[in-house]
Design a protein around this ligand. Structure first.
Ligand SMILES: Cc1cc2nc3c(=O)[nH]c(=O)nc-3n(C[C@H](O)[C@H](O)[C@H](O)COP(=O)(O)OP(=O)(O)OC[C@H]3O[C@@H](n4cnc5c(N)ncnc54)[C@H](O)[C@@H]3O)c2cc1C
Length: 241
């Protein structure tokens, strides 16, 4: 596996803007073979999702097969040798089967705005957030009002202050309350190292996702199974990306 960056994680490695989080419930935004009863929120943060993905790469033995800092520059089928020739920034490789999984959003799209090149102020894309740049008391213009803006605008608004923030839009996004909740994280650990979400008892708490420890898992352990829903609290989710 060839990865241009220095770590795995894709979207969840590259997007670190304030408020970056899943906008579908984390219990659904998980691998079916690696369900995670330990999400701390119903819509988990970027950092937590990135950690989960890194753990998965380790746990399923992918890490030794990943060549980091290998950017694919071109690929062509070689008829004579009956293989793919893959050009990377670290040289040429060959393979029988080529699968691209470069993601639809891995390259930030900078809009073609007249005057952008000569603009004297700071400019950055939300997918390459400059966390060293201090937004305090700055007048900030946000271009776009999609799912990312819905997440970071409320986070930076108290910092930039009143009258400091403007947002431009091309289309109306649709947003609705999604009821993000803090989860109670389980503590008990099985002898085999797995954590038991709710040791020995159904949990009566309101506003938490409960899990049944009874469903069998392919590796002989136990797989969490959602058995109740959560109650809404915080509005502000975005349309799916
Ligand atoms: C901020 C944000 C939030 C999102 N939230 C949600 C959500 O809540 N729910 C949802 O369903 N979807 C969401 N998405 C969509 C998200 O992109 C997908 O869910 C998913 O993460 C895409 O995974 P992927 O592996 O296809 O692509 P990516 O995660 O983009 O991974 C592609 C990888 O390919 C690498 N790569 C690209 N080009 C090359 C090259 N030439 N050579 C080598 N490596 C290369 C990249 O560095 C990257 O690591 C969100 C997207 C963003 C940007």
């Amino acid at each position: 596996m060839l990865e241009q960056a220095a770590d795995v994680g894709g979207t969840w490695r590259d997007n670190s803007y304030p408020g970056c989080a899943c906008d579908v419930p984390s219990a659904l935004y998980s691998f079916s073979f690696e369900l995670n009863p330990f999400w701390t929120r119903s819509f988990s943060s970027q950092r937590e999702i990135w950690d989960y993905l890194r753990r998965c790469a380790q746990r399923y033995g992918l890490t030794p097969h990943i060549r980091l800092r290998h950017e694919v520059l071109a690929a062509a089928w070689n008829h004579a040798r009956r293989c793919w020739q893959v050009n990377t920034n670290r040289g040429e490789l060959t393979c029988d089967v080529l699968i691209t999984a470069t993601g639809p959003l891995s390259e930030p799209k900078i809009p073609n705005l007249p005057g952008l090149e000569t603009f004297q102020g700071k400019v950055f894309h939300s997918a390459r957030w400059d966390s060293d740049y201090d937004l305090r008391d700055r007048r900030v213009a946000v271009v776009g009002t999609g799912a990312s803006a819905v997440q970071f605008v409320p986070k930076i608004q108290p910092t930039v202050g009143r009258r400091g923030l403007g947002a431009g839009r091309r289309r109306h996004p649709q947003a609705g309350g999604h009821g993000d909740l803090r989860h109670r994280v389980p503590r008990h650990r099985y002898a085999d190292g797995h954590l038991d979400p709710w040791p020995g008892r159904p949990h009566p708490g309101r506003g938490v996702v409960r899990w049944s420890p009874s469903a069998p898992r392919h590796d002989g352990g136990r797989v969490p199974e959602p058995v109740s829903s959560w109650s809404a609290r915080t509005p502000g989710s975005a349309t799916p990306r």
